[in-house]
Design a protein around this ligand. Structure first.
Ligand code: ZN
Length: 245
């Protein structure tokens, strides 16, 4: 099992880095000693981008996934790309515009959970449209109300930061976990908390994804729809741009 240093966990704004090829697996997936490519997890899709070899050749990366553990990050080249050799040093570049939109959307999903403090039953982030599902028998919210509240939080430009805690601290604060069915992985000894506001005054919850550094970076966003999904589920859909009139 390979261990990749996941640079995006400490700095989501890295667009480029040098890395060394650890190897290529039997399905063509490439492993590096360090990476800025986020691997699909927690409802956020993995990064795409390109890798430049010392000889100038470029390898397009179509997706990024985790292997046996979250420390094993596998970069999936598009078809018919040059093949890497173990040990070579390369430059990694993510598709930054796409990633930044995912960071904006993902952070806005956290804000939805602040505005709607109910157990989360599912979430999916994409560039165009994201959704968060809540265990909520009756919405009691309109999309206009939720959008107005989102706009207030974004306009206040609260900072977003991360902090590592131990399993014991999480166990002592069960309210940090907002997912109804998915528990953060414990046993590894440390869990990453994402804090919104100074010291997490607005929100704090375990999350391994990538987020903007302050809420103002989210920009214009609105709730496109609140859908009923089953008797006790409401699905909130987010879209970029102002609420259409
Ligand atoms: Zn997150």
């Amino acid at each position: 099992m390979a261990v990749t240093e996941a640079l995006f966990r400490e700095d989501a704004y890295l667009r480029e880095t040098e890395a060394k090829v650890l190897g290529v697996n039997d399905r063509g997936g490439v492993l590096f000693d360090r990476t800025i490519f986020y691997a699909t997890s927690g409802g956020q899709p993995g990064d795409t981008g390109r890798i430049v070899r010392a000889n100038g050749e470029t390898v397009e990366i179509a997706g990024t996934i985790t292997g046996e553990t979250k420390d094993e990050i596998i970069h999936l080249p598009a078809p018919n790309q040059p093949v890497f050799e173990a040990g070579e040093t390369v430059t990694l570049r993510i598709d930054w515009d796409r990633r930044f939109n995912l960071m904006r959307m993902h952070t806005a999903c956290h804000l939805l959970t602040v505005i709607c403090p109910y157990p989360i039953t599912g979430a999916a982030v994409s560039e165009e449209d994201s959704r968060v599902d809540f265990d909520l028998p009756d919405a009691g919210f309109t999309k206009e109300e939720v959008t107005a509240r989102l706009r207030e939080l974004i306009a206040a430009d609260h900072p977003v930061s991360t902090r590592w805690i131990g399993d014991d601290e999480l166990a002592a604060n069960p309210s940090l976990v907002k997912s109804k069915n998915v528990r953060p992985p414990t046993g590894s000894g440390r869990i990453r908390l994402v804090l919104i506001g100074e010291n997490g005054t607005i929100d704090s919850q375990p999350c391994g994804g990538t987020h903007v550094r302050s809420l103002g970076e989210i920009g214009a966003i609105h709730v496109g729809k609140i859908e009923k999904k089953g008797r006790e589920n409401r699905r909130f859909r987010l879209r970029f741009g102002p609420l259409p009139a």
